[in-house]
Design a binder for this molecule. Structure first.
Ligand code: MTE
Ligand code: MO
Length: 261
């Protein structure tokens, strides 16, 4: 979430738009939206609409005004799948985003990197990249949505996190998987266990047909297509299964930790 980029959308007052949308949302969606941190990104997540100008802002409001009970039940069901897209929908080039410029993004050495596993798990053995690459992988083409209100469709390939959690004997009754990253000033993010076990939540090793480029989190990111972008940690170095809420980089600055469907 670089602070300067994409903050202004011509002809759109973001605060007003979020207010208008909140008024239009029927309960219980409205209550959930407010409790979940009422942001432009959350509206994009709910509607699938990007807001890039005043007419797309109008289109988003129209869509919300048509939400009915059936739509709402789907939106707030933790088992709902994020929509998947065809190859032709992939955004190229896919945007880079971090709280620094790309030049300052971590340069992780894939040969010496190991994923540390901590907390409530039977097997705490660290994993090399080559070992992780041997695990079964699946591909997904889903939409990444930043809380700032932009979104992009990308192709991610990796191992369902759920499979890895089973493999290491994680206590899946624990509340969170907490991820730490290699960024200079640190980056971390807690993921609630229901979302960690969601079938589309992935330990991602590839973008398109390439090994995950540095911009998108080499060697591994956690892809959670049912959550906003900041809940998708890149350059992951450790995972802890825990009942303690340990906070996160953006969560500690006021962004809602749930931030998803
Ligand atoms: N380690 C780390 N992970 C991160 C971030 C970051 O700054 N550092 N930014 C988050 C935010 S706000 C977004 S929108 C996405 C951007 O991912 P992308 O660069 O692949 O588009 O990464 C998320 N994960
Ligand atoms: Mo973001």
């Amino acid at each position: 979430m670089s602070r300067l980029r994409k903050l202004l959308i011509p002809g759109v007052d973001k605060t007003l738009l979020v207010k208008d949308a909140t008024k239009l949302l029927p309960d219980p969606a409205r209550r959930r939206f407010i409790a979940g941190g009422a942001s432009l990104g959350a509206l994009t997540l709910l509607t699938g609409c990007d807001v890039v100008d005043s007419s797309s802002a109008e289109a988003l409001l129209t869509k919300i005004s048509k939400f009915n009970d059936r739509v709402q039940a789907l939106l707030f069901n933790p088992n709902t799948l994020a929509p998947e897209f065809p190859e032709s929908a992939i955004t190229r080039p896919f945007p880079f985003n971090g709280y620094y410029a790309l030049d300052d993004a971590p340069r992780v050495d894939g040969d010496s990197w190991k994923l540390e596993v901590r907390g409530l798990v039977d097997n705490k053995k660290p994993w090399t990249l080559q070992e992780l690459y041997q695990l079964p992988q699946v591909r997904q083409i889903t939409r990444h949505i930043c809380v700032e209100g932009w979104s992009a469709i990308g192709s991610w390939t990796g191992t369902p996190l759920r499979h890895f959690l089973e493999l290491i004997g994680a206590d899946t009754r624990a509340k969170y998987c907490w991820f730490q990253c290699a960024d200079v000033d640190g980056y971390n993010s807690p993921l609630d266990m229901a979302s960690a076990l969601h079938p589309q939540t992935q330990m991602t090793f590839k973008f398109g047909d390439e090994i995950l480029p540095r911009a998108y989190g080499f060697p591994m990111k956690i892809r959670v297509p049912t959550k906003l972008g900041f809940k998708n940690p890149k350059y992951v170095i450790s995972m802890e299964v825990t009942n303690d809420y340990k906070g996160g980089y953006w969560e500690d600055q006021g962004y809602n930790s749930f931030s998803g469907s």
